[in-house]
Structure formats: C-alpha cells, structure tokens
Ligand binder design. Structure first.
Ligand SMILES: Cc1cc2nc3c(=O)[nH]c(=O)nc-3n(C[C@H](O)[C@H](O)[C@H](O)COP(=O)(O)OP(=O)(O)OC[C@H]3O[C@@H](n4cnc5c(N)ncnc54)[C@H](O)[C@@H]3O)c2cc1C
Length: 350
C-alpha cells in the first residue's frame, strides 16, 4: 500500500492556509446538489454534519445510539486546549503545536497538528457562541488551567463535564439543521459496510437496529466520525459500543489504519494493567496525577495477607482429628484450622 498523506507543500505554518486560499469554491446554488453521509454524531460527527448543512449541503447523519446526545464524547472530562495566551504565560500557536507533537511521541503529521493549533483559537469562540458554559473566573473572563503537564495554562473546561457540555452545544447546532430539513438524522442505525467506487467512498450499507432492516445510502462523500479504536484494546475508558467496527470496515475496503491515539490514552491505563477499576480518567489525571508519575508511587506494592497471617499466628500442632473438609472436628485454634475457617475477605481486612 502506498501511504499518501496529501499534505500540501510550502513552509509548515502556511501549508494548509495556502491550500485553503487556492481551493476552488463550490457555487452556493450547487451545494444542495451534493449529499454527504456523516457516520457518527459525537463531537466530530455532529459538528461536521451541522457545519456542512449550514453551508448548504444535504447531509445524512447516522449513529447507533438512540440519540446523538449519547455519543461517547459525553465522557470527556478534562478540557479543550487553545493557544489563546489569556494568562500571558508565553503560550502561542507554535508552542501548542510543539507540545502536541511531543505529547504524541513525535508520530503525528506535523502540518496537520500545526493546523489544529491554529484552529484552536477559533474553536473556543465558536463553542462559547453556541452556549457551552466554560468555567469563568470571578471577573467573568474564561478560566484556564494547566492540563496534563503543560507549563502554560491553556485548557478551557466546564468542571469535569467538558465533553458533555461541548456535545450539548454541537447537538443544538445539529438539531437546528435537522429542524431546517437540511439534515436527515438516522439514530439506531449501524454502518455495516462502506461502498467504494472509483477509489472514492460513495456510500454505506446500514442496519436499522430496531427493525433489523438492511439499507444502502449513496452520497458524494462519506465522513467517518465513528470515534477511536477504544475497545480494540483490552482496557479502555470508552463505552463497550465504541468498538471500531466502522473503522475496521473502511480498513477492509482499503483505508490505511494508524494507532497514534492509543499512546495518549494508554498512559493512564497501562501501568495498572491488571486493575481496571483503578484506571485514571483524564479529569483527575490532568488535575495533578497525570504527569509521568511512577506506578510505584501511585500504587505501592501490597503484602499478600495470608503471609501476614502466617507470620503472626503461633504454629501450634493440631489436636483434633481431620474431617472431610480438611478442618479438624473440634475447631481448635491451630494454624491450619484457623486459615481454613477464615473467609478470604477477612484476610484483606487484617
Ligand atoms: C473518559 C474520557 C475522558 C476524555 N477526556 C478528554 C479531554 O479531557 N480532552 C480531550 O480533548 N479529549 C478527551 N477525551 C477524548 C475525546 O472525548 C474523544 O476523542 C472524542 O470525544 C471523540 O469524539 P468522536 O466524535 O470522534 O467519537 P464519539 O463521541 O465516540 O462518537 C462516535 C460516533 O460514531 C457512531 N458510530 C460508531 N460506530 C458506528 C457504526 N458502526 N455505525 C453507526 N454509527 C457509529 C456512534 O454512534 C457515535 O455517534 C476523553 C475520552 C474519554 C473516554
């Protein structure tokens, strides 16, 4: 397979902006002749669908939940980064770009990350305009916190519910377009396959999760905004429904697959691999526990309880006669009888 990123040429800071400046525009009257299929209605899908519809394209949006509001973006806690430099602590688009590339173990495509850092400035304003209630200082200005080890405070947040509030904002924009008739929303619909014609994604095959009916949908473009690989990995803080089936279908139809996102997510999880209940969500991780803490400090090794018991119990010989259960008939206080009569829950309280 030939890997082709299609990143435009030129100096890094101007690559995407230059490309955008030279793109051919679609005549506003022609936009309604194009149909875009958007699979997914989380933060990515809902905002893509709403933006495309507002531009004038016809959009069909699909999700497997009963409402777009239940996409797993709702679980995101920590916040959203933007190089606004409100604190005058030296932040800039370049610094956010550099931190993001470094945070991704230098595996990301630099031009795309630079574009992300540039666009971060506008995204906050857009979210505020949509009504997302970001945290504010007492004076009324938007508050920032330093998140995930960054040396500047650039994270905009809404308590521990940033994802939920952002999704409500995107959902409202989506609802507005649905009501205007520009988006056909298809909840409870699962994408089963991707249709490729002439090397381009031109349609999808879906199943109605209520009736079981199979359907095909054709479009001029397909946007797959179906979330991360999540449950492909053993441990994940995502819902079980986030199971990568749509991405896998696209891969089977020829799309390349990369795994950069897992590095970020696994940082909190891998170190405590055998104790899933102690996986650290990003909110608490960012508020202090997230930066390169050695596993030993967070979870000191524990002494196995039975050994503790063995060390403190006097070893008296058993005076009774052993029964079928291994315990002696008179329940004497010798060591083997004591261990056998003790539930394991008792040991952990010792
Ligand atoms: C606990 C937690 C905390 C996080 N904290 C942060 C944070 O602080 N800051 C940050 O930037 N990021 C954070 N993230 C990551 C961030 O939330 C996600 O990367 C982002 O929300 C993903 O959005 P999405 O729209 O791509 O996917 P999702 O919100 O998962 O949406 C996927 C959509 O695709 C649909 N879908 C999937 N498969 C199919 C299919 N086969 N057919 C039809 N529809 C399908 C689903 O129905 C859903 O609508 C966090 C994530 C988690 C889990």
């Amino acid at each position: 397979m030939k890997i082709e990123s299609r990143i435009p040429g030129g100096p890094l800071p101007g690559k995407w902006q230059d490309h955008r400046n030279h793109l051919k525009l679609v005549n506003p009257n022609n936009k309604r002749r194009f149909t875009v299929l958007v699979v997914g209605s989380g933060l990515a899908g809902a905002s893509a669908a709403a933006s495309l519809a507002e531009l004038g394209y016809r959009v069909k949006c699909f999700c497997f939940q009963d409402t777009p509001r239940r996409a797993h973006s709702i679980a995101a806690q920590g916040g959203i980064n933007a190089a606004k430099n409100y604190h005058n602590d030296g932040d800039s688009v370049f610094r956010l770009f550099y931190d993001t590339v470094k945070g991704g173990d230098f595996r990301s495509r630099e031009a795309n990350v630079y574009r992300l850092a540039e666009l971060s400035l506008a995204i906050i304003d857009q979210c505020v305009a949509q009504g997302v209630p970001f945290a504010r200082e007492y004076g009324g200005l938007l508050d920032n916190r330093s998140f995930g080890g960054a040396q500047v405070a650039r994270t905009f947040y809404a308590r521990g519910q940033t994802g939920q509030q952002l999704l409500l904002g995107a959902y409202q924009a989506l609802c507005r377009e649905i009501a205007a008739g520009r988006i056909e929303m298809r909840p409870r619909t699962e994408m089963l396959d991707l249709v490729v014609a002439g090397g381009r994604a031109r349609g999808i095959v879906t199943r109605d999760l209520v009736t079981g009916r199979l359907e095909r949908h054709a479009g001029h473009a397909v946007v797959l905004a179906t979330g991360g690989y999540s449950n492909v990995y053993y441990l994940s803080t995502n819902a079980k429904g986030s199971n990568a089936t749509a991405i896998w279908r696209a891969h089977r139809r020829g799309a390349g697959m990369a795994g950069g996102a897992c590095r970020h997510r696994r940082r909190a999880l891998l170190r405590i691999r055998h104790q899933p209940s102690q996986a650290l969500p990003l909110g608490p991780a960012g508020r202090g526990g997230g930066r390169g803490q050695p596993a030993e400090r967070q979870h000191p090794p524990r002494t196995p309880r039975p050994l503790l018991l063995a060390a403190t119990t006097p070893r008296r010989p058993c005076v009774g006669e052993r029964g079928a259960a291994g315990r002696c008939a008179i329940h004497c206080a010798c060591y083997p009888c004591l261990v056998l009569s003790m539930p394991s829950a008792h040991w952990s309280r010792e």
